[in-house]
Design a protein around this ligand. Structure first.
Ligand SMILES: Cc1ncc(COP(=O)(O)O)c(C=O)c1O
Length: 464
């Protein structure tokens, strides 16, 4: 056995060789990453043996926690029998057929149950596929001008060239020469930041729907092919739309024949208290992206649902050119399919959606208790996703100066207290724990957060 590696050596090895994603690259060279070496239930363990509650389930994804043995066993079984096969040019394999049937049977709407699922390896790639299908479909039905896609401010759809362009977060565009042409932006439905003084949630939703329609009309409805949303915006800051937002938006999409893409990479598979966010918000998408919790994040895997209407048009077009020219070497990889099947089986057997519904009231009520705290401007959430948005002046809804990095300070204090959280732009602290979290564990998570908030209050008072 190798001699144990000291923590500092491990971190040095990492920063000397690893180009970190989504990181301040100079800061990590100095500060060194938190090195995680093991997982246990809702906790992860670092290289000094310290345990942390993973309040974000990693990146909104490890729904079954970090030590679900059945997934490892399913992986071993699959690797022993068929470690790889593809689905190109007239081939397929048993597990891709099984998982496709399972996913279609679970689809939240009849239009999707009449359609198909197409596989990829990440949320970004699945959204990239959706982007390409907006083009393919409209060419196929003889509307080649109808290609622009409308996306929202603060949206997060991934990092490929197309999905980063759809995303509405400035750091994803700066220095990358993005977004590409053909992406239009409409406002983010975040009442706390963007509703006018005295505007009710319903009035705010009405204003945003009017803004969307004005954009469609000014660009020309014949040029708009798609509209993409996250039912609850995650990385933009856990933005829960006003209750009437989607009922005002969806008729516009139907009226102007715009394909509706629901990016359920975070909300798919139970996060909001239904299997899909589309059920929570009565959405009727033409395409629906899933990733992350489809395998409890244990292996990279994603699936894009495509309605019957889109599939049939693509099938006709592919027949004329001889091939549907899209797919990844790993589309429908047997390992991903096997882990997805086992994950979905566990969700059913353990009634994971029922569990989320049982524990989420304690989670949401616990978060709401922070609403009166002097540092807190807004608290929001649904199911097992939530956010606490910090404010310098809560009455005026005024955020802290970003240079002070108050959210980052709070997250560091939480880490000291054994809780991993994430600060989003605008000092928004996000919560998205593994779906298996229990009520006593929620209480402990909130207790540790309270300590971090107290530390942050003291730090602010000290004028640091
Ligand atoms: C809503 C949403 N869509 C897409 C993505 C991109 O997924 P991936 O990182 O697997 O490419 C993410 C990632 O967090 C996401 O939150």
């Amino acid at each position: 056995m190798n001699a144990p590696v000291s923590p500092s050596v491990l971190a040095q090895k990492d920063v000397a060789n690893h180009f970190h994603p989504y990181t301040n690259l100079r800061a990590i060279e100095k500060d060194a990453p938190l090195m995680i070496v093991a997982g246990d239930g809702i906790e992860v363990i670092d290289d000094t043996g310290k345990r942390y509650i993973e309040g974000m389930a990693g990146l909104w994804c490890a729904s079954l926690g970090f030590s679900e043995k059945r997934l490892g066993e399913a992986a071993k079984r699959q690797m022993d029998v068929l470690p790889y096969y593809h689905s190109f040019s007239g081939k397929a394999h048993n597990v891709v057929a099984e998982v496709s049937e399972k996913l279609i049977s679970m689809a939240p709407t009849q239009a999707l149950r009449d359609g198909r699922v197409i596989f990829a390896n990440s949320g970004s790639e699945a959204n990239d596929t959706a982007f390409k299908l907006v083009h393919y479909y409209h060419n196929a039905i003889g509307k080649p001008a109808k290609k622009k896609i409308i996306a929202r401010g603060k949206g997060y759809h991934g990092v490929t060239v197309a999905s980063a362009s759809l995303s509405g977060i400035p750091t994803m565009h700066q220095h990358f020469d993005l977004p590409i042409d053909g992406v239009l932006r409409t406002s983010c439905p975040h009442p706390y930041q963007f509703a006018k003084d005295g505007e009710s949630p319903d009035q705010f939703a009405t204003r945003l729907a009017a803004e969307l329609e004005a954009l469609i009309l000014s660009e020309g409805p014949d040029t708009i092919g798609g509209f993409i949303v996250e039912p609850v915006q995650g990385a933009g800051g856990v933005i829960v739309p006003p209750p009437t937002y989607f009922e005002k938006i969806q008729p516009l999409l139907k009226k102007y024949e715009i394909l509706f893409i629901a990016d359920e990479v975070i909300t798919g598979f139970g996060r909001t208290g239904n299997m899909f966010g589309s059920q929570t918000y009565s959405l009727e998408p033409d395409m629906l992206t899933t990733a992350k919790m489809i395998t409890s994040a244990y292996v990279p895997f994603s699936a894009l649902y495509v309605s019957g209407k889109i599939y049939q048009a693509c099938a006709d077009a592919s027949a004329t050119v001889g091939v549907f020219g899209h797919g990844y070497t790993y589309s429908g990889h047997p390992l991903g399919c096997a882990i997805a099947l086992e994950t979905l089986k566990i969700y059913e057997e353990r009634d994971i959606v029922g569990h989320v519904r049982d524990v989420s009231p304690a989670f949401q009520a616990g978060l709401q208790k922070f609403a009166d705290h002097p540092l807190v401007g807004d608290v929001r959430g649904v199911g097992l996703i939530g956010a606490v948005e910090l404010a310098e002046d809560k009455q005026a809804r005024k955020p802290f100066d970003p240079k002070r990095s108050v959210g980052a300070y709070l997250v560091r204090r939480a880490q000291e207290h054994g809780l991993i959280l994430r600060a989003m732009g605008g000092d928004i602290i996000a919560f998205s724990p593994p779906l298996i979290i229990t009520e006593p564990q929620i209480a402990e998570l909130l207790r540790r957060f309270t300590k971090a908030l107290d530390d942050t209050t003291a730090w602010i008072k000290s004028g640091a």
